[in-house]
Ligand binder design. Structure first.
Ligand code: MG
Length: 414
């Protein structure tokens, strides 16, 4: 059976919830902004009325007030947004277990097999849309397609409270003429390169030379062509596997006992990379790191820290862990050697939520490191965990790579 994937995107989510909380806002141009007291606060969301004035997400408040003087500005209330987000997911889950959140207001649903029970894919999309509207007062844009990224594109093309369908029969006609930057993986930097390669539309990308793209982007090159053709192999995650995870950690017993900081650092980088990949695979970032060290007399010492900006970046996790390690262990004072190190990340949040709350931050560097991480992930997924290593790890013969899975753990504590 042809796959039926939905991408459901709640319309003006934060602003819509604010209007439900306070119905008088419905007829007022409204924005939700990081810090309304500061005129320079950044707009996180706007309602339809504010949008009609030309107010844009990401703009600063004072600029928006220039074009829309009556603008009402409220601070974000993430707790309530999370409650609504969960309530919506409960409705999605009535139709399928394959519900994969992407941020707080978007989900993919694989409803291929749900059709036997609930009718055609379009009927299901319609029922979901109506039920969410009736029960919660929120509207959704839905994309329905045979691939994950075309479903995502479909919801982008759909208006508020609408369903857009992209089928195998009409995708060339519907999608290929669109500018290539409509695809989620085509950011500003990549777009500049694409223009140079004369790739302007999604169709241009779909028909681009595979060898050339692989030469330019490695595995990502092939993946990009697949996306443009609706043939990428991405599946929709099972929600039940996602939501119970409270912490993600890895540990390893070293082949020889560790007696230098350099060796410990290598182990920390090795573990951080595995954890970071698992976090990214599951769509999480972490706000808290625990590091434990076992000595050769088998006693454990540990420290933990929490931080403000959540991360799923290997280098950042390693840096936090090294800081913890320095608190936990001092080679000049310890008479014992190190036998094992364990790192666990908790305080898990969705990887997209954070992006929206951190608009103030300079993300240029982070973008670079997260791009490198994504490339490493793809290579590892395709060719296995041991194919790519940081240069730092090439000399790390004391790390017992093979045994590391024995200590692999996914703790589910409340
Ligand atoms: Mg949305």
């Amino acid at each position: 059976m042809e796959r039926a994937i939905l991408h459901c995107d709640l319309n003006n989510f934060y602003a819509s919830v604010e209007c439900i909380k306070n119905p008088t806002y419905k007829d007022t141009p409204l924005i939700v902004a990081g810090n309304p007291k500061k005129r320079t606060g950044v707009i996180l969301a706007k309602n339809t009325l504010a949008k009609s004035f030309g107010v844009k997400t990401g703009d600063v408040i004072w600029k928006a007030k220039q074009i829309c003087p009556n603008l009402v500005c409220v601070p974000p209330d993430f707790e309530t947004y999370a409650k609504y987000s969960d309530a919506v997911k409960q409705i999605y889950l009535k139709y399928t277990d394959f519900v994969e959140p992407f941020g707080i207001d978007e989900c993919w649903l694989d409803i291929t097999n749900s059709q036997k029970l609930f009718g055609s894919a379009y009927k299901i999309a319609e029922n979901i849309k109506n039920e969410v509207k009736q029960k919660l007062g929120l509207t959704i844009s839905i994309g329905l397609s045979f691939s994950k990224m075309f479903a995502k594109l479909g919801s982008k093309l759909a208006g508020n409270d609408e369903i857009n369908i992209i089928t195998k029969a009409d995708y060339k006609e519907k999608v290929w003429h669109l500018p290539v930057e409509k695809l989620i993986y085509v950011g500003r930097r990549r777009l500049v390169q694409f223009k140079k390669m004369n790739i302007n539309t999604i169709g241009d990308l779909a028909k681009s030379d595979k060898k050339l793209m692989i030469a330019q982007y490695g595995i990502n090159g092939e993946y990009l062509i697949q996306i443009a053709n609706g043939t990428e192999p991405d599946k929709i995650a099972n929600y039940n596997n996602l939501r119970t995870i409270k912490s993600i950690g890895n540990g390893t017993t070293t082949i020889v006992d560790i007696n230098t900081f350099e060796q410990a650092k290598q182990v920390i980088f090795y573990l951080s990379e595995m954890i970071a990949k698992r976090l990214r695979d599951k769509g999480f970032k972490s706000l808290c790191i625990h590091l434990s060290v076992k000595d050769n007399e088998l006693s454990w010492v540990s420290h933990s820290k929490t931080f403000e900006t959540p991360t799923n970046n290997a280098k950042e996790i390693a840096c936090h862990s090294i800081e913890l390690f320095n608190k936990t262990w001092d080679f000049s004072k310890q008479k014992n050697l190190i036998r094992a190190i364990r790192i666990a990340c908790s305080g898990l949040v969705s990887d997209k939520e954070n992006f929206q709350t951190n608009l103030f931050e300079d993300t240029t560097n982070k973008e670079k490191t997260s791009k490198a991480d994504n490339t490493i992930d793809k290579i590892k997924t395709k060719y296995g965990d041991k194919t790519i290593k940081r240069a730092l790890l090439l000399s790390a013969s004391h790390i017992n790579c093979e045994a590391s899975d024995d200590f692999f753990e996914e703790e589910n504590f409340e």
